[in-house]
Design a protein around this ligand. Structure first.
Ligand SMILES: [Zn+2]
Length: 392
């Protein structure tokens, strides 16, 4: 088989043909021309057009490599007279109208960018970082437009910090399918509202049954406003986090009151108090028992935490005279409708935590994205299971 024929078949050309393949230094150049008088299609509506208006100057598209040589397609695009759209550039079967790479290369780059950093992907394909960024953003645009939108019943909402906690994004997951649904560029009501109004819409909001989230008022307000049938469920992971913060606050204020000598004993006691007791080694248990013999408030904080872990009972906390715990209980009570269902519905945000870790690794491997737009595109690209371009 001639190489021209081979490439024509690979590109699945029907109204075009390969006229010549030549080795040109660092690449293989593939010359393409129109095949006789075959009808070309309109680049906008893809309808067949009988009239060619004019021939434009030659363009070049990067394609996948053959062995080590990248293929470059060259062709002079025609402009057709479309009965519906007027004079338009024709439709290229090997690439999207805006693309400077073929759909095959586009998809290969997009798939690798799900596994590697944009920099690493660029190196692999001999492209620059910017080309990869453009490809990923185009892929996400396409994917969001073409993805399936099945009924959503259980979602998790969470914040993700960017630049070490200075900037927050909001991520929303479908917890049943374990897939990312939406990313917002902040965690305010205004920033998250489009999830309910645009991404979900009134009809799909009505099918929401359970929303898991941190105790973050803007999220809860939005759910109460748009998803009236949904039960808000505060995540156990976040409750424990708040509880640990209360223990830590008691410990820190006690530390300030201790003498220097006593302080040595309590040094690095934080993890002793926060760890589950069955995870401590004998030495740590010993230190913990010294600690609890010495300092009453810390002990009380510790036992409250433990009893809460065991029983999820808040009454004991309420009776204690430790301010951080009283505050914790107040917070809990004000959110009680969301905390109590936890005991009935055993649903964990573990899936959310897994996804958040994935997002963290995306952020790390790219040395932190400088712009939110790029970071958001990368999150969608790696976590939303978006469909890729269809090769025609
Ligand atoms: Zn048209």
């Amino acid at each position: 088989m001639l190489i021209e024929t081979f490439i024509r078949k690979q590109l699945r050309l029907k109204a075009h043909t390969v006229t010549k393949v030549e080795e040109a230094g660092e690449c293989m150049r593939v010359h393409i021309d129109r095949l006789g008088q075959r009808l070309l299609r309109c680049g906008v509506c893809r309808r067949r057009c009988s009239q060619v208006h004019d021939i434009r100057k030659e363009r070049e598209w990067r394609d996948l490599s053959m062995r080590k040589l990248p293929l470059k397609l060259r062709y002079r695009p025609r402009r057709v007279e479309c009965p519906r759209c007027g004079v338009r550039v024709e439709d290229f079967p090997w690439a999207e109208p805006w693309a400077r790479v073929t759909t095959a290369l586009f998809n290969a780059v997009a798939m690798l960018a799900r596994e590697l950093s944009w920099q690493g992907t660029a190196r692999q394909y001999g492209l620059n970082w910017k080309s990869v960024a453009t490809i990923v953003k185009r892929a996400v645009e396409y994917g969001l437009r073409h993805r399936a939108r099945p009924t959503v019943r259980v979602i998790g909402m969470d914040e993700v910090s960017r630049r070490k906690g200075q900037v927050y994004l909001t991520v929303v997951y479908d917890l049943e399918r374990r897939v990312l649904l939406w990313v917002g560029d902040d965690r305010t009501e205004e920033a998250v509202r489009p999830f309910f109004t645009k991404e979900m819409g009134t009809r799909r909001c009505h099918t929401l049954r359970v929303v898991c989230m941190d105790m973050w008022a803007p999220y809860a307000n939005l759910v109460r406003e748009y998803a009236t049938h949904a039960q808000i469920l505060f995540d156990r992971f976040h409750i424990v986090k708040h509880l640990n913060e209360a223990v830590e606050e008691v410990r820190r204020s006690e530390m300030r009151r201790l003498s220097l000598k006593e302080r040595v004993v309590f040094k690095r006691s934080r993890w002793l108090l926060l760890k589950n007791p069955w995870n401590l080694n004998p030495g740590q248990k010993e230190r913990l028992s010294t600690l609890v013999r010495w300092n009453v408030p810390i002990v009380r904080a510790y036992y409250l935490k433990e009893s809460f872990q065991l029983f999820w009972d808040y009454k004991q906390c309420k009776r204690s005279r430790l301010d951080p715990f009283k505050r914790f209980v107040r917070m809990l009570r004000s959110h009680l409708d969301g905390v109590l269902p936890w005991t009935r519905i055993r649903l964990s945000n573990a899936a959310v935590e897994g996804m958040n870790n994935k997002i963290k690794s995306i952020s790390h491997r790219s040395f932190g994205f400088r712009t939110a737009t790029n970071f958001i595109a990368a999150i969608y690209h790696c976590c939303a299971r978006l469909p890729l371009l269809v090769e025609r």
